[in-house]
Write a protein that binds this ligand. Sequence first.
Ligand code: SF4
Ligand code: SF4
Length: 169
Amino acid sequence: MSKLHISELYKEIYKRFDNLTPIPFDCGEMCGKLCCQGDDESGMYLFPGEARLFSGKENFSVLSTDFEVSGKPVELLVCHGPCKREERPLSCRIFPLIGLYRKGSTLQIIKDPRANFCPLTHPEAKGCLDPEFIKEVRHAFSVLIKIPAVAEFLDALSYILEDYQQLNL
Ligand code: SF4
Ligand code: SF4
């Protein structure tokens, strides 16, 4: 069997979120789509190898950042206006969850501490996320951490997530 390119793996993972949302209705109606209100300089980190899926794509820019992993800058995806649902990157599909993973330790799926503007991360929303959504996020990360470049990225990202956790205390 030929080796699956990582971008093909992302496409497979994307598909699994096509019909899955954090809660069983459009939470954007509740908050005015707060997570899609970025400007031309804010966006979401792309996972290693994911940028290839957005290169030259209308309505998206890929920017370099100061966050480096293994000596290479992590790329940021900026969207210019509402996207088509099927075009969303991984970070948007799993939001507001994220994998906290340190190489050699256990994967944890947590509410993204960078996402405290999202009502779904607030204490009063405890227990409201669709268990199927959580399960799918866990599955995606359990596959992705087997890829060395993604494990490196998550290991580095976990330091940032932990800093945010401290700030949120
Ligand atoms: S900010 Fe949270 S509640 Fe609002 S659309 Fe995004 S995920 Fe849903
Ligand atoms: S890519 Fe789409 S889902 Fe993600 S922030 Fe932009 S508009 Fe929202």
